[in-house]
Design a protein around this ligand. Structure first.
Ligand SMILES: [Zn+2]
Length: 420
């Protein structure tokens, strides 16, 4: 489905491939799984919900009393109608997940257990979309693809990342973009192990996850803490309005853990709405399609696009008239009314002129002035057109971005359909 929207190349890495301190594991496939009660009727059925099976369960066919079966059943007593999502990746085991009420209804007797799965030599699969820009410097976006049936903690990241990739493929790009769809942890480790030479080109990056619920935005900083992506994400969320929180880096969470491991120490943060583990639906059957909503996904996409806009256009400029203020009024740049205090547009022009000494980037100016990046960028553009400002020569190979392609792509339509 993703390949229908963007050009995605898939890679298959064989079981047993060493990837840093890890090894690509066996491939797990499931045909069927169920528990039959003493009356021969199915009481738990994988075909009804794939969360019912402890993920990575080894195959088994056995009959056992309820007391023995219970050692392999997982429920959430506090949420008696929800099915938990459980995995056993690195310990060979088997089990079933079910609602607590479902388990309470089980009567004593003999139960038939069937897990028709295979755990064999195979492949780890990941997808990669590469969008070349004018620079070989790269921006990385990464999302995880491994949780079955979970909407916020899996599908929302996939959806926003796919639409973002589509959006990027429709505009002129300064940076090149590398967009990864990987199984959590082992997928990111595998990608890093196979792409060590490409890693050096990554200048900025974001892990995208949990982007469809109604919670406020959370940005988790990169390990570096003051990377450009950290400042850009904080700036965009500040000026977007609404509640948001900036979180310090911690070595726990999603695949930023791998990208920010000390050997790589990439400038990669993580953008979420509600933080993993902080909402009751997390890793349960209640994290379903009703838990995420299109307007929240669209808003998340809009934030991602705004972050890209800043990354793409954050340059340094030089004031060509640095001795005292240039006379803006003579050039029609001092607003039209005058006398009623400084207008915000004029304010932005004065800030850009004052700080454009070749040292400060537009983001530096936006942060220091308290104005939005877009206002500062707009002022810089007007001042360039009036020959009061020029882009720094070392940035000369970084052309201004071409105007975006028009036409109603699905990504654009989504953003327009759910306006702020
Ligand atoms: Zn998860």
């Amino acid at each position: 489905m993703i390949q229908h929207r963007i050009s995605l190349e898939t890679f298959e890495v064989p079981t047993g491939t060493p990837v840093f301190d890890w090894t690509v594991p066996k491939e797990w496939n499931v045909r069927d799984a169920y528990i039959k009660g003493p009356d021969g009727k199915k009481v738990v059925d994988f075909q009804e919900c794939n969360l019912h099976l402890l993920n990575y369960s080894a195959p088994i066919r056995a009959t056992m009393p309820l007391s023995a079966l219970k050692n392999h059943l997982f429920t959430i007593p506090e949420k008696p109608d929800w099915i938990p999502y459980r995995t056993s990746y690195y310990k060979e085991d088997w089990g079933f997940c079910l609602s607590h009420n479902q388990m309470l209804a089980l009567e004593d007797g003999s139960y038939e257990v069937c897990i028709d799965s295979t755990l064999e030599e195979g492949h780890l699969t990941y997808g990669e979309c590469y969008l070349p820009g004018r620079s070989t410097d790269e921006v990385l976006f990464s999302c995880h693809t491994c949780h079955p049936s979970l909407a916020n903690d899996n599908l929302s990241g996939l959806a926003v990342t796919t639409f973002l990739a589509q959006f990027l493929s429709e505009r002129g790009l300064h940076y090149s973009y590398r967009i990864l769809f990987v199984p959590g942890t082992i997928g990111a480790i595998t990608w890093l192990a196979r792409n060590r030479e490409a890693v050096g080109r990554i200048r900025h990056g974001l892990v995208l996850t949990c982007l469809g619920d109604k919670g406020p935005f959370h940005y988790k900083k990169s390990r570096q803490g003051d990377a450009e992506i950290d400042r850009v994400a904080a700036h965009v969320l500040l000026h977007y309005g609404g509640s948001r929180e900036i979180l310090e880096f911690s070595p726990y969470g999603y695949d930023e853990r791998q990208y920010c491991s000390p050997g790589f120490n990439l400038q990669v943060g993580c953008l979420m709405r509600s933080v993993w583990g902080s909402f009751p639906e997390y890793h349960t059957s209640a994290d379903d399609l009703s838990f995420i909503q299109p307007p929240h996904l669209a808003e998340s996409l809009r934030i991602c696009v705004a972050i890209v806009d800043v990354l793409e256009e954050n340059r340094r400029y030089r004031n060509l008239n640095p001795y005292c203020e240039p006379q803006l009024g003579r050039r029609g740049l001092y607003g039209s009314t005058g006398g009623e205090g400084i207008e915000s547009e004029v304010n932005a022009r004065l800030w850009v002129l004052n700080l454009s000494d070749g040292e400060h980037s537009l983001l530096d100016i936006a942060e220091r002035s308290g104005l939005s990046f877009s206002a500062i960028k707009c002022a810089a553009q007007i001042l360039c057109e009036s020959n009061l400002l020029e882009m720094m020569p070392e940035e000369g190979n970084r052309d201004k971005c071409k105007p975006r392609a028009h036409g109603r792509s699905p990504a654009r339509a989504l953003i327009e359909r759910y306006p702020r």
